[in-house]
Write a protein that binds this ligand. Structure first.
Ligand SMILES: NC(=O)c1ccc[n+]([C@@H]2O[C@H](COP(=O)([O-])OP(=O)(O)OC[C@H]3O[C@@H](n4cnc5c(N)ncnc54)[C@H](OP(=O)(O)O)[C@@H]3O)[C@@H](O)[C@H]2O)c1
Length: 368
């Protein structure tokens, strides 16, 4: 049996800049009722983590960050101690199916309390790495409902990429379908850029037989996307009217699903190249209902024009993460890890992600 150390190291942020993260020492926590202690092996980074560290993650009114915070939400680790489990309880958060044993390999879920169905403000207020303590630490206690077992075919680095990026991609592609139905052949997916969410969407859509169109600012990244199964590639810098390119590439039909991560500068173009009756999954940031100081058509009318459903995506519940893991295992999908940093370089890893030079995911190896 593994004995955890008394003192551990963890990164913290005062949300005052990517240059100001600190690597501190603290006591190793012990698990309480229905909790497990996890030795963190790998942490993957999300754009959100850089925003939290810079004090810019403020668009959820229910989220009130504490002054000092352990950053990051997505980890893979191993259970090294378990607390006592509740017996004969009907509390969904104490579901006996969630119970784990020492040695189980797990990933964290993002909004701990979001087990199923529609996300609520109270779930967002439980987000790991802001406002709840994050995972860029050597050991962390989790309630059993906040972690999910992962299949062995994935390395810790790969598995750490799933909770936000892949889960958000999965929900964007599948959340509007009937239970059990997923994206399939004869559908076209438009992925914007080559960051974590977009590359996960490319992998899932390609594995399901869908046709993928992807944009990027970099021809070399587009070439890497082609090797992952993207059929149509377009550089949004050298082809600023990429929406026309997408329409042409789809014989004027447009994309069935658009993963809208760009927000303000891309949304209008997405409306012009989505299929009639298609879905724009609004993942990145949108501002307001009316275009201030211009006479441009507002978002509501753009939506109406092509009879499009506009669906905001906010990660997804635990049961959909488990559904996604079954699909990943069946198809043998491995998340794309662009670069791995040492634990001591956690701050440098966040700066690298913020620079946008990556393709897929950036990971911090916490345990060598
Ligand atoms: N709603 C949710 O649940 C949820 C979950 C995850 C992420 N998000 C949001 O989704 C966005 C992406 O997150 P991420 O973690 O995937 O980020 P990321 O890994 O940091 O991705 C950054 C990449 O996005 C691409 N990009 C930047 N500006 C673009 C533009 N104008 N048009 C097209 N692509 C552009 C770039 O790709 P190239 O270098 O190839 O150009 C860049 O490398 C962020 O706004 C994040 O906050 C939301």
């Amino acid at each position: 049996m593994m004995v955890p150390p008394q003192r551990i190291r963890q990164w913290s942020t005062g949300q005052d800049g990517l240059d100001k993260l600190r690597l501190d020492e603290t006591d190793c926590p012990t698990p309480g009722q229905d909790e497990v202690l996890v030795e963190v092996h790998a942490v993957s980074l999300n754009y959100r983590d850089t925003e939290v560290a810079m004090g810019l993650y403020n668009h959820h009114k229910s989220v009130d960050h504490p002054p000092a915070l352990v950053p990051c939400s997505d980890m893979c680790g191993v259970v090294v101690a378990v607390g006592p489990y509740s017996k004969n309880t009907s509390d969904p958060y104490k579901n006996p199916a969630f119970q784990l044993k020492e040695g189980d390999r797990v990933i964290s879920t993002f909004a701990a309390t979001h087990l199923t169905g529609q996300v609520q403000a109270s779930d967002v207020a439980n987000g790991l790495g802001g406002p709840a303590p994050g995972v860029l630490t050597q050991y962390r206690v989790f309630p059993t409902y906040n972690v999910v077992k992962v299949p062995n075919y994935l390395s810790a680095q790969e598995a750490s990429c799933l909770p936000i990026a892949a889960m958000t991609a999965w929900m964007s592609l599948n959340c509007m379908r009937a239970q059990g139905e997923i994206i399939g052949p004869n559908e076209t997916v438009l992925c914007q850029g080559t960051g974590g969410v977009s590359i996960a969407a490319l992998q899932i859509a390609a594995a399901a037989g869908a046709s993928v169109v992807i944009t990027s600012s970099s021809d070399s990244k587009l070439e890497r996307a082609r090797k992952l199964g993207a059929k149509t590639l377009v550089n949004y810098n050298s082809t600023p009217d990429w929406e026309a390119f997408v329409l042409k590439a789809t014989a004027d039909a447009g994309a069935d699903v658009v993963l809208e991560v760009g927000g303000a500068k891309t949304l209008r173009k997405s409306f012009d190249c989505v299929k009639f009756g298609g879905l724009i999954a609004c993942i990145g940031y949108l501002s307001g209902k009316v275009d201030d100081d211009t006479d441009r058509t507002n978002t509501n009318l753009l939506c109406l024009k092509r009879n499009v459903t506009l669906k905001g995506i906010l990660n997804g519940p635990r049961d959909r993460l488990e559904e996604m893991l079954r699909f990943y295992k069946e198809k043998g999908i491995k998340p794309v890890v662009d670069r791995v940093f040492k634990f001591e370089e956690g701050n440098e890893a966040l700066k690298y992600l913020y620079s946008g030079g990556h393709f897929g995911k950036v990971v911090v190896q916490v345990k060598e």
